[in-house]
Design a protein around this ligand. Structure first.
Ligand code: C2O
Ligand code: CU
Length: 458
């Protein structure tokens, strides 16, 4: 169909009656099925669920302080939503169905519109039936640039994901509600991809300085990340700059949903390779390779400055702040005897029949009342007591917090904290962002089978 000149004039006239802001149609972010080669050479292609046709979704990259507008269009066979992980966001834009918005049905849309206050490495992912939707591919990087970027030769985002594919067909194994996974370490895969590729290769030069933005978008896999022929520092965790860059001298853990920004120098010999590796029980395996091109830099840079600070609130007087205990319960070997769903107290057996194996403070589902009802501006400590025999990656929406270290001092800012089996870890935060915020384990099978709670800031 063609528009006549008359129609154009008419619609132009109609448009001019609208306020300026309403005219701009936000860029569409389409959640849809796609086919992509993700398995290694020689395997068939894989059917995935994607944002805009690729896994991971295309990086969304914006300057600090700018506004992100996306119209989510749901073309999936399931309802969905998008969560902007780690962004200290306006509550209505947080993407949690049943808490901050209605779920977006097939064929429906939702307009996300928010400002990104902090520079750093973040990500976006589906937040409905996340355990299935994220495993099928619904995630992508969200990078917020500092006004003054550090001096590096390359800035690379490496999104690490763990896929469970059928080795014959390369199709995603769709046993998302597998009770064994749910009650143990979660859904672990058999293929680790970086940016949707197996063992990708990056061209670098000797003595170059790289910024590596690592994002763990796995359902449940904790990477123990190490460097080979790369030497440098961790400069940010979960988006937030460290006050002092931390030299990488040994492997460090990267739990589901966590990010680490590294600044590293390529120290491999000419024509050699450097790599990012992950240490597993049966040895180290390569995640990504960096091949050294011919034209090398004469020499490397010396030393490093911390990244510029983000506008985080001051966290003071934590000694006086109330401590709220959250006990992590259940799972294999510590089976729940009973737990609550709403007002009902169910036995372990009844819970297992519902696919619930975990609980937070005795609740095997997000409770009606918040775990914490906090007054805007107040300071709180949350103590995670892990009574289970599995590690959990506890994530707060809406706020970053600081770890309270053994000696009572404050550690780095984070949005997701790994609490090892049997461990107790304390965090502290100022609640400066009003709304209803989720708090859950980011091993997505654990969240789906009971490890889900929320807190309120009013
Ligand atoms: Cu990464 Cu509740 O989310
Ligand atoms: Cu968990």
């Amino acid at each position: 169909m063609k528009f006549t000149r008359r129609q154009i004039l008419q619609s132009a006239a109609a448009l001019s009656l609208l306020p300026i802001a309403a005219r701009a149609t936000p860029q569409v972010l389409e959640a849809r099925e796609a086919i992509q080669r993700i398995a290694p050479q020689g395997f068939p292609e894989t059917q995935v669920w994607s944002f805009d046709g690729t896994v991971p979704g295309a990086p969304i990259r914006v300057p600090q302080g700018s506004r992100v507008q996306r119209r989510l269009l749901n073309q999936l066979p399931q309802p969905t939503s998008v969560h902007w992980h780690g962004i200290r966001i306006d509550n209505a834009m947080d993407g949690v169905p049943g808490l901050t918005q209605d779920v977006v049905p097939t064929g429906g849309s939702f307009d996300y519109d928010f400002v990104v206050p902090d520079a750093g490495t973040y990500w976006y992912h589906a937040h409905n039936q996340s355990m299935e939707q994220v495993a099928r591919g619904l995630s992508g990087p969200l990078i917020v640039d500092e006004a003054n970027k550090p001096d590096v030769d390359q800035d690379l985002t490496l999104m690490l994901d763990d896929w469970r594919l059928d080795p014959e067909t390369a199709l995603i194994v769709d046993d998302f509600d597998n009770g064994h996974d749910l009650s143990h370490a979660g859904r672990l895969g058999n293929l680790v991809l970086v940016n949707g590729q197996f063992d990708p290769m990056f061209e670098v030069r000797r003595h170059e300085r790289l910024r590596l933005r690592l994002i763990n978008s796995s359902n449940a896999r904790i990477f123990d990340v190490g460097l080979e022929s790369l030497s440098g520092w961790i400069v940010a965790l979960d988006g937030m700059p460290l006050e002092a860059p931390l030299p990488v001298t040994e492997a460090f853990p990267l739990a589901p949903a966590q990010r680490a920004d590294l600044i590293v120098d390529v120290v491999a010999e000419s024509e050699g390779t450097a790599s990012l590796v992950s240490f597993e029980r049966d040895g180290a395996f390569g995640l990504a390779r960096f091949t050294i091109g011919e034209q090398n830099r004469d020499q490397g840079r010396q030393g490093i400055d911390p990244l510029p600070r983000n506008p985080l609130p001051e966290l003071q007087d934590i000694d006086q702040a109330p401590v709220h205990r959250m006990v992590l319960q259940g799972g294999a070997m510590r089976w729940l005897e009973s737990a609550r769903i709403g007002d009902a107290e169910l036995s372990g057996r009844e819970l297992a029949q519902l696919g619930r194996f975990w609980a937070l403070n005795g609740y095997a589902e997000r409770p009606t009342d918040p775990f914490l009802d906090a007054q805007l501006g107040s300071v709180h400590r949350i103590e995670f007591v892990n009574e289970t025999v599995f590690p959990h990656a506890m994530h707060l929406h809406g706020h970053h917090f600081r770890l309270v270290l053994e000696d009572g001092t404050l550690g780095p800012w984070r949005d997701t904290v790994l609490v090892d089996r049997g461990q107790t870890r304390q965090i502290a935060l100022v609640v400066d962002n009003p709304g209803d915020w989720l708090l859950h384990c980011h091993m997505l099978g654990h969240a789906a089978s009971g490890m889900m709670s929320w807190y309120k800031v009013s």
